[in-house]
Design a protein around this ligand. Structure first.
Ligand code: C2E
Ligand code: CA
Ligand code: CA
Length: 263
């Protein structure tokens, strides 16, 4: 099998993207879907990224990022009402032509760049802030949004806020898990206040309980993501979820129209 048909030991034909909804703060409306990679192993079943990404080399991981980006932009054409976010290794931002390559891909697929969001994972690997900033600025000029993933983990997250022109923070699940404890609650409040002061949006990730949702909404998080709302779904699953959402919105509008006529 040729190199173009596989990434490391994984056949491209066995890779699939699942998508996890990111909701409005009130939890009612899908605003974005995050692409999460899975490997349909004929021997071991559906594997998550933790089961096969550690075995890939740095170059293979870069190739995987491009495969995901291409596939996610194609899938996004099915869902014009929402944005699609893609996890991208921070290492990519070291390449001078990264932004141009992303914009060329988006253009080739025919997806509006305003609907693409890139989540920078393992930001600690940025190293060259000037190069990363140049890439980010090129992307943002065309409307691509940039989020910092797993915010609060790693030891220099604040440096990235100070030095890079991003749009959004995703508060790491470890703070959400413990939000009923005063220390985590204080950290979440501080992150949201800081983000809002900087004009950034905030997504809470890994929201699992109603209690967490209520707290995070009151704290001022703009978006919610987690099993409370939905796990990652197949392409068909997202299509169905968005269709149901559109039906509900239509029914609510009809009800409001009827009420205004009779009232
Ligand atoms: P992440 O970007 O922080 O993605 C969130 C992970 O948390 C996902 O696991 C998701 O399924 C899981 N999750 C979401 N909500 C909940 C919740 O309420 N409770 C719990 N317990 N878990 C929740 P997944 O899909 O295994 O991804 C793990 C990590 O692998 C991702 O973390 C991301 O860093 C990386 N990853 C996934 N797909 C890609 C990809 O296409 N490219 C790159 N470079 N990295 C990826
Ligand atoms: Ca992510
Ligand atoms: Ca994360």
């Amino acid at each position: 099998m040729s190199e173009s048909e596989r990434i490391g030991g994984v056949k491209k034909a066995e890779l699939a993207l699942y998508y996890q909804p990111q909701m409005s703060a009130d939890g009612t409306t899908v605003v974005c879907v995050e692409a999460l990679i899975r490997h349909n192993s004929p021997f071991r079943g559906i594997l998550g990224p933790g089961d096969f990404m550690p075995q890939l080399s740095a170059v293979e991981l870069m190739n995987l990022d491009w495969w995901v980006l291409d596939q996610a932009c194609r899938d996004a054409l099915l869902w014009p009402s929402v944005s699609v976010s893609v996890n991208v290794s921070a290492v990519q931002f070291r390449n001078a032509d990264f932004a141009e390559r992303v914009l060329a891909l988006v253009d080739h697929v025919g997806m509006p760049p305003q609907r693409l969001e890139l989540e920078i994972v393992e930001a600690a690997f940025i190293e060259d802030f000037d190069m990363a900033t140049a890439n980010i600025e090129t992307l943002r000029k065309q409307g691509v949004k940039i989020a910092l993933d797993d915010f609060g983990t790693g030891f220099s997250s604040l440096t990235y806020l100070l030095r890079m022109p991003i749009d959004k923070l995703k508060i790491d699940k470890c703070f959400i898990d413990q939000v009923e404890f005063v220390r985590s609650a204080a950290i979440v409040h501080a992150i949201v206040a800081m983000a809002r002061a900087l004009g950034l949006k905030v997504t809470a990730e890994g929201v699992e309980t109603e209690l967490q949702h209520r707290f995070l909404r009151a704290a001022g998080c703009h978006y919610m993501q987690g099993f409370l709302f939905s796990a990652a779904l197949s392409v068909g699953g997202i299509t169905r979820m968005l269709a149901q959402q559109a039906e509900r919105a239509e029914a609510n509008m009809a009800q409001a129209r009827a009420a205004s006529v009779t009232g």
